[in-house]
Design a protein around this ligand. Sequence first.
Ligand SMILES: [Zn+2]
Length: 256
Amino acid sequence: MAAILAVHAHPDDIEHLAAGSLAILAAKGHTIRIATLTAGECGSASTDLADTGRIRKAEAAAAASLLGADYRCADLPDLGVFNDDRCRRAVTELIRWARPDVVITASPADYHPDHEAASQLVRDACFAASVPNYRTGPAMALEAIPHLYFMDPIGGRDREGRRVVADFAADIAAGFALKAQMLSAHVSQADWVARQHGIDDHLGSMQAWSRRRGRDFGVAVAEGFRQYRHEPYPKTPRLQDLLGEALVMAASHGPP
Ligand SMILES: [Zn+2]
């Protein structure tokens, strides 16, 4: 059995982009851990920072518990995630805590600065976590660099509007109901997403994106992933193998 860490910037990002795959992996008996770098405490116009952070961490923990997953927050500031020394040490400690074989994180290009910084931080922390003399806190250094994967960006596009092509996808039909349940645990976000993003139907936007990725890969609903393969990160297809019959390799991307 493997340990899989899904880590992203804010509560509910993982529910949009990877929770169906996590549900499938959890059903196979793998250990899932979910982490966010921030509590998403800026994600409200009706409650203050402290209350919003508390509410959103509780929602994230409730969503994770539906998978039987532990949840942890690195407590970096919302809209204050930067690729600097303090943040890299905090994220490295988080990865050492999770002791993952596989890490799935944010896309390097995405709509939100915290997402892009999270992607860089997690990438570099996967390396740093295996360096014993890089000290971060109580958690022990990892024995090896974990396999690293990127989720899709929100909406599947980079900042210039170009479509981001996934290496492979998970057919999430078997995990879709749980994914929807997990996103629904983020009760506080329905009003916020309507106000800030003009999206009246939080759950519907996730469903539409999952169907869109499904069309790209010839299945009903899917989540796309890319593997980070630069030196000295592991290049073997660990997540692909863990997905088993849910793995879909043949992308047939439609018009841009
Ligand atoms: Zn986010």
